[in-house]
Ligand binder design. Structure first.
Ligand code: RUB
Ligand code: MG
Length: 398
């Protein structure tokens, strides 16, 4: 039992030598021989190269159990994703995957809700969910935000969320926002539009974030949103422990680590850490959109979030970023029905407004669910037709 970390490596050295550099730097070695080590350290704590795949520049490093406090994610990351990124002998290095031993996974409670729970709440058992990010991303007052949320809800979205830069500014405090938005979502429900999630962004500093989560729920929030890369995995775990509502996990800043295919950190280990720490949904990129990611990497994240993992509840992947109704089918072909497809501009930029935009997105999802080509479905659904015409030339999928 040990932790296996997979790296993509480019170096003048052989892959085995490069792997050994990583293994030593991150376990018991340094740049020169030291005279302070002991037999126990060398025998029990020394990481080794498990395997190499020369065709793909892949090295797997085996880190012994005793190196870790498995319930301490910052400590785990300081080993598997620590100094190694700066080693000058490595031209490029990217953490591609982490394989945790079962006993490590069992130290985490994971999400409190699974995909089935989320889908049942919004009565979407057999289809993907549709979500929206209120736009403009900042500037609307709580009342104005709630009006946009209401239009989106009656248009048919399942989830409304804040954008990542909206937190608790003077013009739109989070408590006022929750109260106003939930009031309008209750109104939509009374009018027969069913339940809608509202993910209020409680991202803040560590002495504040749990209070914000608890306060938001006390004021009626049925979901909270947190940005995991900027606040950290420990913050996510604390939030998930503190409140019983689902936790929507956004990943602003991730591309600083994930974008370069040769250096940094893949979205896959990030997805696993989010599942351990209790996220119920996680942004994993879009197959087609303004910031579309690596298709293979999205597939791997989808697999890591949704399939059995030592009894942890599963996590709903989120496709987001530049999506409009014309891109829905391509994203769903990749994700399948267990995902949320989100649109900000792709809903609030509809020529006939937010309600029509929400209808158009929902129609695009219905078309995919019924296996009808989007363009054909648009012949009998006017909001969708308008959306397809409007965005015909933007980010058209191949
Ligand atoms: C989408 C949006 C999201 C990003 C991030 O707005 O605000 O923050 O797209 O998504 P719009 P991801 O729909 O107007 O582009 O992390 O999944 O790339
Ligand atoms: Mg955003």
């Amino acid at each position: 039992m040990s932790l296996l970390a997979t790296y993509y490596v480019e170096s003048e050295m052989s892959l085995v030598e490069a792997g050994r550099e990583i293994a030593l730097e991150e376990s018991v070695g340094t740049w020169t021989q030291v005279h302070t080590s002991t037999d126990w350290i060398e025998k029990e704590l020394k990481a080794t190269v498990d395997s190499v795949d020369k065709d793909n520049n892949i090295v797997v490093v085996d880190y012994p159990d005793k190196l870790f406090e498995y319930d301490n994610i910052p400590q785990i990351l300081s080993i598997v994703a620590g100094n190694l990124f700066g080693l000058s002998e490595l031209k490029n290095v990217r953490l591609e995957n982490l394989k945790f031993p079962e006993k490590a996974v069992k130290m985490y409670s994971g999400p409190k809700h699974n995909i089935k729970d989320l889908k049942e709440f919004v009565d979407a058992e057999n289809r993907p969910l549709v979500g929206t990010i209120v736009k403009p991303k900042v500037g609307l007052s709580p009342k104005e935000t709630s009006k946009v949320a209401y239009e989106a809800a009656i248009g048919g979205v399942d989830l409304i969320k804040d954008d990542e830069t909206l937190t608790n500014q003077d013009f739109c405090g989070y408590i006022d926002r929750v109260v106003n938005v939930m009031e309008m979502l209750d109104k939509a429900k009374e009018e027969g539009h069913g339940n809608t999630f509202y993910a209020v962004n409680i991202t803040s500093s560590c002495n504040e974030i749990v209070d914000r989560a608890v306060n938001a729920v006390e004021h009626g929030a049925n979901m909270v949103m947190v940005d995991v890369i900027t606040t950290g995995y420990s913050a996510l775990k604390m939030i998930s422990n503190a409140v019983d509502v689902p936790v929507h996990v956004h990943r602003t800043m991730h591309a600083a680590m994930t974008r370069n295919p040769k250096h940094g950190i893949s979205m896959l280990p990030i997805s696993k850490l989010v599942r351990l720490c209790g996220g119920t949904q996680l942004h994993t990129g879009s197959y087609h959109g303004k910031m579309h990611g690596n298709t293979k990497e999205i597939d791997a994240c989808k697999q890591a979030l949704t399939t059995e993992w030592h009894g942890l509840k599963n996590v709903l992947p989120v496709a987001s970023g530049g999506i409009h109704p014309g891109l829905v089918a391509n994203n769903l072909d990749g994700y399948g029905e267990n995902c949320i497809v989100q649109a900000g501009g792709g809903i609030h930029g509809h020529p006939d407004g937010t309600q029509a935009g929400a209808k158009a997105m929902k129609q695009a999802i219905d078309a995919w669910t019924k296996k009808i080509p989007t363009k054909q479905y648009a012949e009998t659904h006017k909001e969708l037709k308008t959306a397809l015409n409007h965005w015909e030339k933007s980010t058209t999928p191949p």
